[in-house]
Design a protein around this ligand. Structure first.
Ligand SMILES: C[S@@+](CC[C@H](N)C(=O)[O-])C[C@H]1O[C@@H](n2cnc3c(N)ncnc32)[C@H](O)[C@@H]1O
Length: 214
C-alpha cells in the first residue's frame, strides 16, 4: 500500500498553524466531503510559487478556493494574478466569497465552465499551472495546457498516483480500471515529453511537478 494516511497526517502536523480562513475551509470541505488538497500539498504549492516567483498562474479545479488561497499566499506585496476554472458554479461562487474575505478577490479571476472549452479561449501564457479537476480528463488538460506554459514555467498536477493504485501490482476495484489506465498513460506522456523535466512525488495523492526546459 503506497498511500499512507499516517504519512500525510504527520506531514500536516509539521506545518505551522494555518490562518482562520484556511482552517474554516478545511472544516467545511471535510464536513461536506469536498475533495481539496491536503495541507502539506497546499504548503508545497505556496512554496513553489515563492521559489519560482510565478506571476501568471492558472488553476484547473477551484472547488471552494482552498488550493487557490495557498497559491495566492505569496502574491501579497508583489504583482501576480491567478485565473481559476471550475464547472461547479455553486462551489466557485463560494470560492469568490472566500477570496473577498481574504481581501484578494481583485487578484483572482474565477471562470465558470468546462476547462476543456475555456482554456483554448485564454489569450495569455502562464508561468505556473496547477491541475486538480477530473482525473479522467487529465490527458485532455495536458494537451491544452502544455503549449500555454512559458519557458521556465511549472506544471503541477494533483492525484496522479490515485491512492497508489497507479503503481503496477497495486490492487483496486475493477470500476477504477479506466481511471488508473488513463493516469498511467498521462504520466507516461508527461514524463516522456522532451520539453519538460518531471518528478512524481509520493505524498498527498501523488503530485507531478514539471519544469519547462525548452
Ligand atoms: C478536487 S476538486 C478541486 C479542489 C481544489 N483544487 C482544492 O484543492 O481546493 C476538483 C474540482 O474540479 C472541478 N472540475 C471537474 N471537471 C472539470 C472541468 N472539466 N472543468 C472545470 N472544472 C472541473 C469540479 O467541479 C471540482 O470542484
Amino acid at each position: 500500500m503506497f498511500y499512507s494516511f499516517e504519512l500525510e497526517q504527520y506531514l500536516g502536523e509539521l506545518l505551522p498553524a494555518r490562518n482562520e480562513l484556511l482552517n474554516e475551509m478545511e472544516s467545511q470541505s471535510l464536513k461536506e466531503t469536498i475533495p481539496v488538497v491536503t495541507p502539506p500539498v497546499g504548503n508545497f504549492l505556496a512554496l513553489l510559487i515563492k521559489m519560482s516567483k510565478a506571476e501568471d498562474i492558472l488553476e484547473i479545479g477551484t472547488a471552494i478556493g482552498y488550493s487557490t488561497l495557498w497559491l495566492a499566499q505569496d502574491l501579497e506585496g508583489r504583482t501576480g494574478h491567478i485565473t481559476t476554472i471550475d464547472l461547479n458554479i455553486d462551489r466557485a461562487k463560494r470560492a469568490i466569497e472566500y477570496f473577498k474575505r481574504a481581501g484578494i478577490e481583485d487578484r483572482i479571476d474565477v471562470l465558470f465552465g468546462d476547462a476543456r472549452r475555456i482554456i483554448p479561449t485564454l489569450e495569455k501564457k502562464f508561468d505556473f499551472v496547477f491541475v486538480d479537476a477530473a482525473k479522467g480528463e487529465y490527458l485532455d488538460y495536458l494537451s491544452l495546457v502544455l503549449p500555454r506554459i512559458s519557458p521556465g514555467g511549472i506544471l503541477v498536477v494533483d492525484n496522479v498516483l490515485f491512492r497508489g493504485w497507479v503503481v503496477p501490482g497495486e490492487k483496486f476495484a475493477p470500476k477504477y480500471n479506466r481511471m488508473v489506465t488513463h493516469l498511467r498513460e498521462f504520466l507516461s506522456k508527461l514524463t516522456q515529453n522532451p520539453d519538460f523535466q518531471t518528478s512524481v512525488l509520493p505524498f498527498g495523492d501523488g503530485i507531478s511537478v514539471s519544469f519547462r526546459i525548452k
